[in-house]
Ligand binder design. Structure first.
Ligand code: MG
Length: 289
């Protein structure tokens, strides 16, 4: 099944999927941390953050009692921005010291921030579906205080938080095109699609349109990433699906567990790490994020 990706030169001919960790309940939010040479990820129901060390091949607990963190990304200063379902906020982890970045919009609480990216201008973009307040094992039951599920842009310079996308049912994974002119967002509702928007002046999303729809048999898209050639790598119920920039499917990496998220990492950035239910998987690629 990886044949199409090998043929397209995206995976090396000897690429094979390895399971490098298992024993989580629901692994999410993978991020390569260059300073530590480790792959950090969330185990949401176990309420901990784990790190996999590819040198020793071991996974350890980085932090416990973390209020159900989910997606994360690296900020431009090397600190880590992460979403917390339990605290209903985006927060910053700098060497283990965690502080709030944004937890409200228009005077009410966010739902449960899920995934996050930083734009070229330093603004912080994140999705805010309801999973952390509707699924007790992933957070604390609560109300949708603004009554919807938006994608937000937070400007650290002004402290302003603005909704940029309001027409997605359950916005989940998100990723910019290489030049920042497009924003892709996965809708993990029964729509099972990825939408794409034009980003105007770095601050507004216009002309939202369908990019790809997953087949019912493939489950839902969750985390997504864009590689150096502007291809879109999406998680799904059956593994990873790689799309060309025009939305056509190039190929797949079947994964034996429901796949939540993925990221590029490793010393040269060409290892793809995949969080899939109880496990962390890795496969070598010929591209990078
Ligand atoms: Mg997610």
């Amino acid at each position: 099944m990886t044949t199409a990706l090998i043929r397209a030169g995206i995976l090396p001919s000897d690429a094979s999927l390895e399971r490098v960790h298992t024993g989580s309940i629901w692994a999410e939010g993978p991020l390569w941390i260059p300073d530590r040479g480790r792959l950090r990820f969330s185990d949401i129901p176990n309420d901990c953050i784990r790190e996999y060390d590819p040198v020793g091949g071991e996974t350890s607990v980085y932090a416990q009692g973390v209020e159900f963190t989910n997606g994360r990304t690296r900020d431009r200063d090397g600190s880590v921005l992460q979403c917390s379902h339990g605290r209903r906020r985006v927060e910053r982890d700098r060497d283990g010291i965690v502080e709030n970045v944004v937890d409200s919009y228009a005077g009410v609480r966010l739902n449960s921030p899920n995934d996050i990216v930083v734009a070229g201008d330093g603004s912080i973009w994140f999705t805010d579906p309801a999973y952390g307040i509707t699924q007790p094992r992933e957070g604390h039951p609560g109300e949708r205080e603004y009554g919807d599920h938006f994608v937000f842009r937070h400007d650290p310079a002004t402290g302003r938080t603005s909704p940029v996308i309001t027409d997605i049912e359950q916005p989940n994974g998100l990723a910019f095109s290489r030049d920042g002119s497009l924003l892709y967002v996965a809708d993990s509702s029964e729509r099972r699609d990825i939408r794409v928007y034009d980003v105007q002046e770095g601050a507004r999303c216009k002309n939202g349109r369908l990019f790809a729809v997953l087949d019912a048999a493939d489950g839902i898209p969750d985390g997504i990433r864009v590689d150096e050639e502007d291809r879109i790598w999406s998680s799904s119920g059956t593994g990873v699906i790689v799309f060309a920039p025009d939305g056509t499917e190039i190929g797949r990496i079947p994964v034996p567990e429901i796949t939540a998220n993925l990221c590029f990492g490793g010393p040269d950035g060409r290892d793809l790490y995949i969080t899939a239910t109880t496990s962390l998987y890795r496969i070598r690629t010929r591209t990078h994020g």
